[in-house]
Design a protein around this ligand. Structure first.
Ligand code: UN1
Length: 499
């Protein structure tokens, strides 16, 4: 196996700049120590914000299509380093290699999107009520964008924010998860390579990396030079950040908890449903915010679907995520495995019948578990919680109304899906009275969202939108400009003001 040092140096990342004795980097694959880093003090965070702010003042004046060129060069770096970076993602987070590569692919895709976007930052021209006037909206760069990311998508989520932010004329300060700083160091190095190829009009401080924990996050969130904080992680973290940002009326963009459901209707293609259920419930060992956690199966198909699911679950290859053939890698740490076992105990106490879920020994370290399928008598208390582990609760239903009500009954509103070939059911699920989630899919699971759509959820999921569609507007400020090209001063609302 290539060592982390080799992977980093292949990406020309100078790990020496970051070494220290504050933060131990542990691979969830085997519990092995990968590196030990120094963390930034709150003062150092402030300095980095200062550098990013100075860079912003220059960057905002660079024409947007030229800014897009920098993102294009960065996308090229990602293309040439996809295998190495994908592997580092696997080593640092434990997701299987195909998912590590998929994550880098998402970065490449959002770069392509942002390059196109850099020529499409359109504003509207608005019909003025005043004669001889023209009114229009103009989108301007916003400022320093703080990105706080989670361990489970250590590099893709930053890219969704950063690629748009750079094209929009902003600078970025990134605080990655303390559980995944090495991939962030690699990405920063690749971005610096793109900057060097780009030329002198990319100001030095454009992308800043902050390594550290909560106090670093707080320093970022409280800094008045940061007009937008984009944070991905737990709902608890999001609420704490929201409060601090609200105190200074800063903008926030949140992607928080998910407790995503799928409805399998009587007319569903059961083979397709089975594949989607397994991929979205056990992929990334259930550690995606889009992971499938609640399955509502119609009585008419339960007897055909559930035995098949149990068979697949019992034979899922759990193991080292670097090995080909492994579908389920480790959980991130011991606390995650304990959280999973506690949730299963509670599910049993609430009348659940648990299949699988036991810890699995793989090699000499790491925290692995067999994914669990839990038949529940109804949607009980534990099902309202997001446990970041591969647990899938199954409840049977009789009517679509019941199933939609159960889908919507939890506090989280990120992703949802229905499997049906009945067009009326599909449309009802997507209608105003259907799923209340930010993502409502038909015949595709809740995970694996493409970057082209605006990714995000409602309710406790934070209400943010990242990546595609018109998500870019969060990274810019809108000015309304009214121009009088007449020699009169007609006031609005028919008011006369003679002097
Ligand atoms: C996350 O889990 O934090 O839809 C993001 C998906 C991925 C992104 C998930 N594209 O599963």
């Amino acid at each position: 196996m290539q060592s982390v040092a080799q992977l980093l140096s292949a990406m020309q990342a100078d790990i020496g700049r970051y070494l220290g004795n504050d933060l131990a980097c542990i691979s969830p694959i085997d519990g092995e120590s990968l590196a030990s880093l120094r963390v930034d003090s709150p003062e150092q965070v402030q300095e980095k914000v200062g550098a990013a702010h100075a860079a912003f003042l220059q960057w905002r004046m660079v024409p947007a299509p030229r800014r897009g060129e920098l993102v294009r060069l960065f996308g090229d770096e990602l293309r040439s380093n996809k295998e190495i970076l994908g592997k580092l993602v696997t080593i640092e987070t434990g997701k299987i290699l195909q998912e590590g590569l998929g994550e880098v692919q998402e970065m490449i895709d959002i770069c392509d999107f942002a390059v196109g976007l850099s020529r499409q930052l359109y504003g509207l021209t608005i019909a003025s009520e005043r004669p001889g006037h023209r009114m229009m909206e103009t989108w301007h760069p916003l400022g320093v964008v703080a990105v706080i990311s989670a361990f489970n998508f250590p590099v893709a989520v930053w890219s969704w924010n950063a690629a748009l932010a750079f094209a929009c004329g902003d600078s970025v300060v990134w605080k990655p998860s303390e559980k995944a700083p090495l991939t962030a160091i690699a990405v920063q190095a690749l971005f610096e390579k793109a900057m060097a190829r780009f030329g002198a009009d990319a100001p030095a401080g454009l992308s800043q990396l902050v390594i550290g924990g909560q106090d670093c996050g707080a320093a970022l969130v409280d800094d008045t030079r940061v007009p937008l904080v984009s944070a991905t992680g737990s709902t608890r973290m999001g609420k704490a950040v929201a409060e601090r940002c609200a105190r200074r009326l800063a903008r926030t963009l949140f992607e928080l908890g998910g407790n995503n459901a799928m409805i399998v209707a009587p007319s569903a293609d059961l083979e397709l449903s089975t594949r989607a259920i397994v991929f979205s419930a056990v992929g990334t060992a259930g550690q995606r915010c889009t992971s499938l956690r609640r399955l509502f199966v119609h009585d008419d198909v339960a007897e055909r679907l559930l035995p098949r699911l149990k068979t697949v679950y019992a034979s899922l290859p759990v193991g080292n995520p670097l090995d080909e053939g492994t579908l389920v890698g480790p959980l991130i740490d011991e606390a995650a495995l304990q959280g999973m076992q506690l949730a299963l105990e509670r599910a049993r106490a609430e009348g659940g019948k648990v299949h699988g879920g036991e810890p699995v020994q793989v090699g000499k370290g790491g925290y692995y578990a067999r994914p669990a399928l839990v038949e529940m008598p109804s949607q009980t208390g534990i099902m309202h919680h997001e446990t970041f582990a591969p647990i899938l609760y199954v409840v049977r239903y009789q009517t679509l109304e019941q199933a939609i009500a159960m889908n919507n009954a939890v506090a989280q509103g990120l992703s949802s899906s229905i499997f049906t070939t009945d067009v009326r059911e599909a449309e009802r699920f997507m209608s105003a009275g259907g799923s209340d989630c930010g993502i409502a899919n038909v015949n595709i699971g809740p995970s694996g969202a493409e970057i082209g759509g605006a990714f995000g959820g409602e309710k406790d999921s934070g209400g943010g939108r990242e990546s595609g569609s018109d998500a870019w507007k969060a990274y810019m400020r809108r000015a309304t400009n009214t121009v009088n090209y007449s020699d009169a001063l007609p006031l609005a609302q028919g008011i006369r003001f003679d002097i």
